[in-house]
Design a protein around this ligand. Structure first.
Ligand code: NDP
Ligand code: 2IT
Length: 439
């Protein structure tokens, strides 16, 4: 860790992600001299390469704008690089390195042949017109197309990048290369996308939670849940939680959270889909539209009493105080839809309390898993049905749960899902790296 800190000054998010991982993996490596001697951990914490470039574009007022974009190609030992693109003003190299690092082990857990990468730009899509977003995406792809390819690196969506942005990016790639291939995932259904990709991260996260609860002889049925965020992952987490008989009482965005004690049912969720996916409005509008709902400005939902928690907005949204407040209110499961939403001290509190704690690299792997299935369908030039893809997603989430049990069962027969996911994800990548020799 000293070396990681020395080599990566001013990269707190990346150091946090490596620390969380290393604490579980170092004891495992200590028992496996072949990994230690090959310096696998030192090699794994250094990205294969990072491409940084300028994205110049013109806004609707005719002003020239310049942003910075990155693609962090972290590790392609078990397959072509794979991971999302994030457009948000808080994007830095540190954030993308943490996300790329996590992606390596998440992708390994899916069992599909995918390496890890992440990219994005410090571009703020909020308040931009569709034409501005289009010009930005086209300019970004004009450089990015040199570095990606269906067998090289396959980006997808993340915060601020949904099907609209993926379509603009794919349209420009096709124009530049004259090739219709699976170079991006999360494409529209008319342009080579997969059924269930839009829903996959949220659905997968709920399937993972149900697996954890079932393992303890319990289920989501009748449980009160908190969800944060109100974007892609949050919306489809609520949809599946409702289907399994749970009641979700909160959603949020960066302005605050709404509390609906009656529950966000399918009809109300339809309002949110339209609000967020079409009108691109704010979650506070939900409180104006439905009675009995309160909006809490500039706050997060963690003070509300509930059984199950799905953080689905962004990293570091649960600190140690939030974790203790949730535990004091009797939470039985925390299942992470967002990437690294819990700070290290918060995660420690959940692990020590021995609640069911599904870390992001296991719990939100359903999104990239269905991206992998989209790659397969593109390569085969066929499309699977909604039922076929959903069945494969459920099987993958069940298998990730099984891997966590294999590597994370503690002596008292409790399961530490964090160490289970870290060691299970690590060992496959490590084996592959070892087999390549000194590279
Ligand atoms: P969206 O852009 O669809 O939604 C993001 C949501 O999180 C919005 O409600 C947004 O509010 C909120 N949010 C974003 N940044 C912040 C912030 N700094 N503080 C408070 N709220 C914030 O993104 P997704 O739903 O796709 O992604 C959500 C999380 O899930 C991310 O951590 C992402 O990495 C992770 N993830 C996504 C996958 C996918 O397939 N899309 C797959 C696996 C993980 P506002 O509009 O106010 O910014
Ligand atoms: O964090 C993630 O796993 C994603 N944003 C999805 C990546 C992908 O390639 O589908």
């Amino acid at each position: 860790m000293c070396g990681v800190e020395r080599r990566n000054p001013c990269e707190p998010e990346f150091i946090q992600a490596v620390r969380e991982f290393a604490e579980d993996v170092i004891p495992y490596v200590a028992e496996h001299p072949e990994f230690r001697e090959a310096k696998i951990l030192e090699r794994m914490t250094e990205p294969d390469r990072i491409v940084t470039f300028r994205v110049t574009w013109e806004d609707d007022a005719g002003q020239i704008r310049a942003n910075r974009a990155w693609r962090v190609q972290f590790n392609n030992s078990i397959g072509p690089y794979k991971g999302g693109l994030r457009f948000h003003p808080t994007v830095t190299q540190s954030v993308l390195k943490f996300l790329g690092f996590e992606q390596v082990f998440k992708n390994s857990l899916t069992g599909l042949p995918m390496g890890g990468a992440k990219g994005g730009a410090n571009f703020n899509p909020r308040g931009k017109s569709c034409r501005e977003v289009m010009r930005f995406c086209q300019s970004l792809m004009t450089e990015l197309h040199r570095h990606v390819g269906e067998d090289t690196d396959v980006p997808a969506g993340d915060i601020g990048v949904g099907s609209r942005e993926i379509s603009y990016l794919f349209g420009q790639y096709k124009r530049l290369k004259n090739r219709f291939v699976g170079v991006l995932t999360g494409k529209g259904l008319a342009s080579g996308g997969s059924m269930i990709r839009t829903e996959a991260t949220g659905y997968g996260c709920v399937y993972f939670c149900e697996n954890m609860l079932n393992h303890r002889g319990d289920s989501l049925k009748g449980k009160t849940c908190l969800v944060s965020g109100s974007g892609n992952v949050a919306i489809y987490t609520v949809e599946k939680a409702n289907e399994l008989g749970a009641r979700v009482v909160t959603l949020s965005d960066s302005s605050g959270f709404i509390h609906d004690p009656g529950g966000i049912d399918a009809e109300k969720l339809q309002f949110i889909k339209e609000l967020k996916e079409v009108r691109r409005g704010r979650i506070s509008e939900y409180a104006d539209a439905f009675s009995g709902v309160t909006f809490h400005e500039a706050s997060r939902p963690w003070g509300v009493s509930a059984d199950v928690v799905f953080p689905c907005a962004t990293h570091n949204e649960i600190n140690a105080d939030d974790a203790h407040a949730l535990l004091a209110n009797g939470v039985v499961a925390v299942c992470e839809g967002a990437n690294m939403p819990t700070e290290l001290d918060g995660a420690k509190a959940f692990r020590e309390a021995k609640i069911l704690y599904g870390p992001s690299k296991a719990a939100n792997a359903g999104g990239v898993a269905v991206s992998g299935l989209e790659q397969s369908q593109n390569a085969l030039r066929l499309s699977w049905t909604r039922e076929e893809v959903d069945a494969k997603l459920q099987a993958i989430m069940q298998d990730i749960h099984r891997q966590c049990l294999n590597y994370g069962r503690t002596s008292s027969d409790e399961v530490d899902y964090v160490s289970g996911a870290n060691v299970a994800g690590f060992q496959k990548v490590a084996q592959a790296m070892l087999s390549y020799g000194v590279v």
